[in-house]
Ligand binder design. Structure first.
Ligand SMILES: Cc1cc2nc3c(=O)[nH]c(=O)nc-3n(C[C@H](O)[C@H](O)[C@H](O)COP(=O)(O)OP(=O)(O)OC[C@H]3O[C@@H](n4cnc5c(N)ncnc54)[C@H](O)[C@@H]3O)c2cc1C
Length: 428
């Protein structure tokens, strides 16, 4: 058992965006002893862009990493700085409207740069690599994790940030005597690539396509497909994701032995977008070797915590990428948990209650983000039954549908969680 004078041992499984962001904030507190275990031999992210909504940008600032983020983030130049995306028809780039996120617009980074920026701030000795968590056992006194290399680790609280295929989630659900959940294939696959922006500008110019489409993030919509673009690496590259959906099966499945990500060829990608207009097709013609991603999400979980173990990020609420919200929700989890664990008096007396308060406050919002992410994909691809391809309705719906997500006040969450914990202090 832990000596009451020593630091509370909080261990994190998984070194993706959610796990590293949490570790970075927690390791600032002297009453916590933080360890992070990552299965891979090093921190690593894919070479693609990730965009953050206004809520996620606030979480980044709240986690104390605004400085490193600002150095690598792209935003849209004035006078379009508040635009998240412009919405257009894929067939001819006809303008449908835009979504405005005042003060933030589109805020995006190269994934690997972001994870590097976070990881480089972690004090040495916190992260251990090549540690794949395999088994978790807990009692009232603590948690023991066994790794695939046979080693063991004991801690007071364990946070699973181990992504959509989380094994820590299995421990939580088993403990609660709930059925285990598996990732669901959505029927949608995404071709991804990064294009040199000068190359694309020249290609647009040569074919008479309006270069404005490169100045502002764009979303091209069509039946059972949509394509998004936004800049990364200070505008030197354009991140492109081209989604194509097969809705012929009510419950699509992805073959068990097929990888979720593979290298694709340009011809198959162009075939999937045959009949789309120049603005969209020229983008795809600039991507010589796209990668293809089979998109999965999770059903809503009945709880994010059991005893001294909780899950955050994709381990808890993996969602489709259609609102650009998944990583942002993981950052909101990390922010709230870090704020609650900052109170030594609560953490020491009732560690399980901290995790329960986190679950009570975060789960409804993250579940709503999961649901609305799926709905957004239906809307973009003309499958929302009340809207279909009605241009006026699409423009109106798309101008408003993200406000609840972006304008959320996380300090209200914190106050609610503190109330649950019986802490009546003023939130910072
Ligand atoms: C095409 C696409 C586009 C997207 N675009 C956006 C976007 O623009 N904006 C946005 O906010 N979100 C976006 N997302 C979602 C976002 O990528 C995820 O929500 C986010 O990366 C999840 O981070 P995470 O840290 O929770 O999990 P992960 O990034 O999955 O990290 C989990 C980590 O845990 C490690 N691990 C796994 N199992 C174990 C184990 N047993 N033991 C130890 N370590 C383990 C893994 O190696 C990994 O490093 C997109 C997703 C896709 C697929």
């Amino acid at each position: 058992m832990r000596d009451s004078s020593s630091a509370m041992r909080v261990s994190i499984i998984g070194g993706g965006i959610a796990g590293v962001a949490l570790a970075l904030n927690l390791c600032r507190h002297t009453h916590l002893n933080v360890q992070l275990f990552e299965a891979a031999p090093a921190f690593g992210e894919v070479g693609a862009g990730v965009s953050f909504g206004a809520n996620a940008v606030r979480a980044i600032a709240g986690l104390g990493i605004a400085g490193p983020y600002r150095k690598i983030a792209d935003c849209t130049p004035a006078p379009w700085q508040d635009i998240w995306f412009e919405w257009r028809l894929g067939s001819d780039a006809h303008y449908l409207g835009n979504s405005i996120a005042e003060g933030v617009g589109q805020s995006s980074v190269h994934r690997a740069d972001f994870l590097d920026a976070l990881a480089s701030q972690l004090p040495s000795g916190i992260a251990q690599f090549g540690k794949r968590a395999q088994q978790v056992v807990q009692n009232e006194e603590g948690v023991r994790v066994t790794f695939s290399d046979g080693s063991e680790h004991c801690c007071d609280l364990l946070i699973g940030a181990d992504g959509i295929k989380s094994s820590i989630r299995d421990h939580v659900l088993q403990g609660l005597q709930q059925p285990l959940v598996s990732p669901r294939f959505s029927g949608t696959c995404a071709y991804r690539g990064l294009i040199d922006s000068q190359q694309l500008r020249s290609a647009y110019r040569a074919r008479g396509v309006d270069e404005h489409l490169l100045n502002v993030p764009q979303m091209y919509l069509g039946l059972d497909g949509h394509i998004l673009t936004f800049p990364v690496k200070q505008g030197r590259l354009i991140n492109v994701v081209a989604f194509t959906s097969n809705r012929t099966q009510p419950n699509p499945t992805w073959p068990k032995d097929e990888p979720w990500v593979r290298t694709a060829n340009q011809a198959e990608m162009l075939q999937a977008f045959a009949g789309w207009g120049d603005a969209a097709r020229i983008l795809l013609e600039c991507i010589a070797t796209p990668s293809l991603w089979a998109l999965h999400d999770l059903p809503e979980l009945p709880s994010y915590t059991y005893g001294r173990v909780a899950v955050i990020g994709d381990a808890a609420h993996a969602m489709l990428p259609h609102q650009g919200a998944g990583a942002g929700q993981g950052l909101e989890d990390a922010w709230l948990l870090a704020r609650l664990l900052a109170y030594p008096q609560v953490v020491n007396k009732q560690p399980e209650a901290v995790l329960e308060a986190y679950d009570a406050v975060r789960r409804p919002r993250a579940c709503r983000a999961q649901r609305t992410s799926w709905e957004a994909g239906e809307l973009y691809e003309f499958r929302n039954p009340g809207v279909l391809d009605n241009q006026q309705m699409l423009g109106k719906e798309l101008s408003e549908r993200f406000d609840w997500l972006w304008q959320h006040d996380m300090h209200v969450d914190l106050l609610e969680a503190m109330k649950i914990l019986g802490l009546h202090v003023q939130a910072a």
